[in-house]
Design a binder for this molecule. Structure first.
Ligand SMILES: [Zn+2]
Length: 925
């Protein structure tokens, strides 16, 4: 097997007697063990009269096996051992995976293996789980992605399994007179789940031979029914479903044009990737590109190339345009330009050097491949085992073995109007039918002869041309020699208004780096209008930069610029050798302060739409947004931002930036394959470009409204949604490690039983949970439900009842369970950093939090170790208990629940301005 030279894990590929291939991975440094199993059975296999069966089976599989019959046993076992598990049903695969502490791996794997041959499909659980699937379906009734996907399914060849409804509902899964759903599911399980359709990955810290033994014990009993070599013989689309124009009505205000081309499955070309070659050219965003040309005409905001669904006998390739209002008037022209660009590729774009550029980037990425989390790794590799030659599982995504012009030409032959499907997603069009499951309005028309003729004879366009050679690509990368390294980042410069941190990385040893630049300015954040101006500037800058930085991103570098409560932060990532070049380009643009009026209008409208659409988000997301808006004055909620945005014009920006730059405080962190001299040099060029002379400004303050000792506050939000939602927030008055330990452990202990109580037992909703919500360094705890079943008053009763009784759950734990729960959390917190980026992020967070000993994590861990159960009970009874608690409740009454009484509890927050006059805790960073 070909593995990255940077990969220190040991691999062994075996095949069990039942023909199940298992990839064993030994990783001595992994924080946890993990396993995944994928079976080549998915919703394509659903019987026509039982749509959603494969998905339902995936849900039921977890609920009891012969050896472990108790429903929910697996979930609580994994949880208690500091692990997690999940599963998903795809078109042709269902994949299951979990991770758990090393010591519990053998027991975990034993439980996991049972699913695939000894599931009981517990009768009592059928009804509840069927409801869970139905909620999953109903929850997405207003989700545009789902709605559009379903139209997609309804407009391809109806004889192809892609056309089936994949989720399932209470109706498709109902019992029939002749047969119960459980019986049908059992038959499906017995006839479809076969070892030779499966692949598995097992990862642990023990030797390969031990892992082999574990895998054999757990998986050898899965029966092999010799079902291999499944094939689909129906076409995904026939001429009838091609050369057509589909209009779809979205709920959100979006405008999107997609051109879909239908190709054979491309997996067999994974070693050479001819389609990536085309995708790269069509999706190019630099000078002369289709994207930039259309953007400059004001027709589109963005273009993406290469998406689309795929299956074992088809691959759809789509080009999607996010349209402007003006673009809506030039649709045929946009499509013509696309064909002109395709013609250009045919005539001038077939060059081996272009292929080799892409190859160099992928090779470097493979050579310096960094670690991913065990769970991510096993669930990724288990799919690669399904798709590619098993020996290539690790290398397949990076392989570019050679340029074959003919393969690219063969693909280009398929890019014709006769084989294209055009989809236009926009409001206020003509629609004449609705899809069966989501009721999305749509219509289908054949393309006109004039359209086909014009697009078939596209000629070269003078303004469209192909990408130049990429100056950012490095062909021979090696990390630099280690200079005097320090254990912790060091402060190289500490001037008034400027601080520079640095550390050369010595563990991961890759030629990559991260640069963080936090630019604080009181002028950027002191009122909502300024906050909005800052956001506008950031959006405009990102927009203007994309043309110049696209090549850098192709070459494996990235950057981001984002607003926060103190100002803006710029980050650079990826291969470090040419990052100074990229930083230079960004900073030059930063300091020009030129703003195009046309782009401003687009971006302003985009923000208006984006923030406006927030009112169509799920109620629970709206509650979260409103919560931070109330508590963090520097982080106003969307409606406030929208109002401020209305009156801002492009002419306001230059002066604003001028004023912002006059009061700066910069904190910079250079981490990775950088020497001290290089870090100082980066700092110098930053100061020069920002013209930072004699700046003595401090960091911006980040205020947090404190709840104090005032009992319960509540605030209602009106969301136009059928579901009700409620969220309860507890805020720690202190920010010391002890409080962190208490709040985090409370959440950890609560989450599984809260979920079980509210979702599984009471079935109040599908979106249910508890979580840590630290705000401005103050730990916080939240409990939330979004419910199609009950109004906020009833939801709060259920939560309060849970909180009132929770101390008993703690009392019932035996000493072993208590200790292992704590240990599970400690393991999670003390996870080692897996890669350079992760470590950089952690250190940067410490710098931001003024934790300059970089030991916050260790201090919380120490506190956790000494926390006793009595203290936890005291915390639950004294701080969380509803009657006396200081907390904030956000809620929204669903349109389906208007007949119920309103929630009446605590003090209602009428005016946010008033509320924000309360005592605040003001922090730096
Ligand atoms: Zn599901």
């Amino acid at each position: 097997m070909h593995i990255s030279p940077n990969d220190k894990k040991h691999y062994r590929l075996i095949e069990l007697d039942n023909k199940l291939p298992v990839l064993l991975i030994q990783d001595e440094t992994a924080p946890r063990s993990a396993a995944a199993l994928s079976v080549n059975v998915g919703h394509f296999d659903d019987p026509d009269d039982r749509q959603g069966l494969a998905h339902f089976l995936e849900h039921m599989l977890f609920l009891g096996t012969q050896k472990y019959p108790k429903v929910g046993e697996f979930h609580s076992f994994i949880n208690q051992q500091g692990g997690s598990n999940n599963a998903w049903t795809g078109t042709e695969n269902t994949t299951f995976f979990f991770e758990v502490s090393h010591s519990a791996f053998e027991e975990g794997l034993d439980r996991f293996g049972q699913f695939f041959y000894a599931s009981l499909f517990n009768e009592e659980a059928v009804d509840k789980e069927r409801n869970a699937v139905d909620s999953e379906y109903k929850l997405k009734l207003k989700d545009d992605v789902r709605r559009i996907y379903q139209v997609h399914k309804e407009t391809v060849n109806q004889a192809h399994p892609f056309s089936k409804f994949s989720v399932g509902s209470i109706d498709t899964l109902a019992d029939k007179e002749s047969s119960s759903i459980r019986d049908e599911m059992l038959t499906f399980y017995q006839t479809h789940y076969s070892a030779d359709l499966m692949t598995a990955v097992v990862l642990g810290n023990r030797p390969l031979c031990e892992l082999e033994l574990l895998a054999t014990q757990s998986f050898a009993s899965i029966p092999n029914q010799n079902l291999g070599h499944k094939e689909i013989n129906v076409s995904y689309v026939t001429p009838k479903e091609q050369s057509c124009w589909i209009n779809i009505e979205p709920l959100k205000e979006v405008r999107k044009l997609s051109l879909a081309f239908h190709l054979p499955n491309q997996d067999r070309f994974y070693k050479t990737k001819p389609l990536n070659y085309l995708g790269h050219l069509l999706g190019y965003e630099g000078d002369g590109s289709l994207m930039l040309y259309l953007k400059k005409l004001g027709y589109i905001h963005s273009l993406t190339a290469g998406g689309g669904v795929s299956g074992s006998n088809f691959r759809e390739f789509t080009l999607s345009f996010n349209l402007t209002e003006k673009g809506m008037l030039h649709l045929d022209e946009i499509i013509l330009n696309t064909y002109q660009y395709i013609e250009l590729i045919k005539q001038q774009g077939l060059d081996e050097w272009r292929y080799n550029e892409k190859k160099a980037v992928l090779e470097s990425a493979f050579q310096f491949q960094e670690k991913t989390k065990p769970l991510d790794l096993v669930s990724h590799l288990v799919m690669n085992l399904q798709r590619y030659h098993k020996e290539d599982a690790m290398y397949a995504d990076y392989m570019m073995e050679g340029y074959h012009e003919q393969h690219v030409l063969d693909l280009l032959e398929q890019f014709t109007p006769e084989k294209m499907r055009v989809t236009l997603v926009a409001q206020d069009l003509q629609y004449d039918r609705k899809d069966k499951w989501y009721h999305t309005p749509y219509s289908v028309q054949p393309l006109s002869e004039a359209q086909i003729k014009s697009w078939s004879h596209a000629e070269l366009h003078p303004e469209l041309h192909l990408p130049e050679k990429n100056p950012y690509i490095c062909y021979d990368l090696e990390p630099q020699e280690l200079k005097e390294t320090t254990v912790l980042p060091t402060l190289l410069e500490d001037l008034p208004g400027f601080r520079l941190w640095h550390k050369q990385e010595e563990e991961f040893r890759v030629p990559k780096g991260m640069v963080y630049i936090a630019i604080d300015s009181p002028h950027a954040i002191s009122d909502p209008r300024k906050i909005v101006k800052t956001r506008l500037c950031v959006e405009m800058l990102m927009d203007a930069l994309s043309e110049q930085t696209y090549q850098a991103e192709i070459a494996g570098m990235g950057y981001n610029l984002y607003c926060h409560q103190g100002g803006v932060t710029l980050t650079l990532s990826g291969f470090s050798q040419k990052q100074p070049l990229l930083l230079d380009v960004i900073l030059k643009r930063f300091s020009t302060r030129e703003f195009s009026a046309e782009r401003f209008d687009f971006i302003k409208n985009q923000l208006i739409r984006h923030w406006g659409n927030a009112s169509k988000e799920r109620p629970i997301s709206q509650l979260f947004n409103a919560l931070s808006g109330i508590l963090q004055p520097n982080n106003p909620p969307y409606p406030v931002l929208l109002e401020a945005l209305e009156s801002i014009e492009v002419d306001d920006l230059p002066n604003f930036v001028q004023a912002m730059f006059a009061e700066l405080h910069v904190e910079m962190f250079v981490y990775g394959d950088w020497t001290k001299e290089q870090a100082l040099e980066l700092g110098r060029s930053l100061k020069d470009t920002l013209r930072m002379q004699n700046q003595t400004y401090g960091e911006s303050f980040r205020p947090l409204v404190m709840l104090g000792e005032s009992g319960t506050f509540q605030r209602e939000l009106v969301c136009d949604h059928s579901d009700s939602a409620l969220l309860v927030y507890y805020q720690s008055p202190q920010e010391d490690p002890r409080s962190f330990a208490l709040y985090t452990l409370a959440n950890h202990l609560m989450s599984a039983s809260f979920f079980h109580e509210i979702r599984t037992k009471q079935q109040l909703g599908y979106m249910v949970g508890t979580g840590n919500l630290p705000l401005n360094k103050h730990p916080g705890l939240i409990l939330y439900v979004q419910s199609p079943m009950a109004p906020p008053a009833i939801l709060l009763d259920a939560i309060d009842e849970f909180l009132n009784a929770f101390y008993m759950v703690l009392l019932e734990l035996n000493e072993h369970q208590w200790q292992s729960s704590k240990q599970g959390l400690i393991d999670q917190i003390s996870d080692p950093d897996t890669n350079l980026r992760g470590r950089a992020q952690r250190l940067w967070t410490c710098i931001g939090n003024k934790d300059t000993n970089f030991d916050h994590k260790e201090r919380v861990t120490e506190e956790l170790k000494s926390l006793t159960r009595i203290e936890m009970i005291r915390f639950v009874v004294g701080i969380l208990k509803p009657r006396t608690a200081n907390r904030l409740i956000m809620h929204s009454q669903g349109t389906e629940h208007q007949q119920y009484d309103r929630l009446d509890v605590g003090f209602e927050i009428d005016s946010i301005d008033q509320f924000q006059l309360r005592k605040k805790d003001i922090n730096l960073g």
